[in-house]
Design a protein around this ligand. Structure first.
Ligand code: UDP
Length: 197
């Protein structure tokens, strides 16, 4: 079996290397449909037990990853082990490294303005081959949302990084998936805060 069921949710048994390989292929294919990556952490898995809308978002995602030691531990206890953790934070670092090699483009959505700005600057320094097509902080209101979506859509990034907190990021990506015009969108929790230093 290529999946391990975590609280009823089938999580693919993929290493980080395999995950990045799959996402490279998604970008290279340039398919029109947005590929939503959900980094499944224990909080999201728990919420899926009673939140049917969230469960549907998770079921419809292109890819789930095992975000954290807790998820991997559950799979081991069930004797159907996932190979390793693939957290949103680690995955983003790997995607930036691959993007630096392959000149992938990114749009950074989320975190406060200062963090967003610092994260962009640090990425430009550390991964100059990665193209930052734009960024926006994550404390916008409904009246600004349309403009932000248009900005993302015209940036047309390979990877839309959404740091709005879970599960809001996943809900936001799902709600706007047809307008975002990105190859891949991924919710990454507090990762921009970490990159900002
Ligand atoms: N955040 C945001 N807009 C909001 C709420 C949160 O941009 O309305 C950002 C916050 O600044 C942080 C990120 O979302 O950078 C994730 O926060 P947290 O670590 O609490 O989320 P989790 O890791 O639990 O998904």
């Amino acid at each position: 079996e290529n999946y391990s069921k975590i609280m009823g949710i089938p999580v693919p048994k993929l290493t980080m290397t395999e995950t990045v390989q799959i996402l490279s292929e998604v970008i290279e294919k340039r398919q029109e449909e947005l590929y939503h990556v959900v980094t499944l952490n224990p909080e999201i898995a728990m919420s899926c037990q009673h939140n049917a809308a969230l469960r549907q978002i998770v079921d419809r995602a292109g890819l789930l990853t095992a975000d954290g030691a807790g998820i991997v531990m559950v799979s081991r206890v069930k004797r159907d082990p996932l190979p390793e953790r693939v957290t949103g934070c680690d995955l983003l670092y790997h995607l930036l490294a691959a993007g630096h090699q392959k000149n992938w483009s990114f749009y950074l959505l989320g975190a406060d303005e200062e963090t967003s700005h610092a994260a962009e600057a640090n990425i430009r320094t550390s991964y100059p081959g990665a193209i930052i097509k734009g960024r926006h902080h994550g404390f916008f209101d409904a009246s600004e949302e349309g403009r932000i979506i248009e900005e993302i859509s015209s940036a047309n990034p390979d990877i839309l990084v959404v740091a709005l907190g879970a599960p809001y990021a996943e809900e936001w990506i799902h709600k706007h998936r047809d307008q975002l015009n990105a190859r891949i969108a991924i919710g990454v929790g507090g990762t921009l805060d970490i990159i900002a230093g």
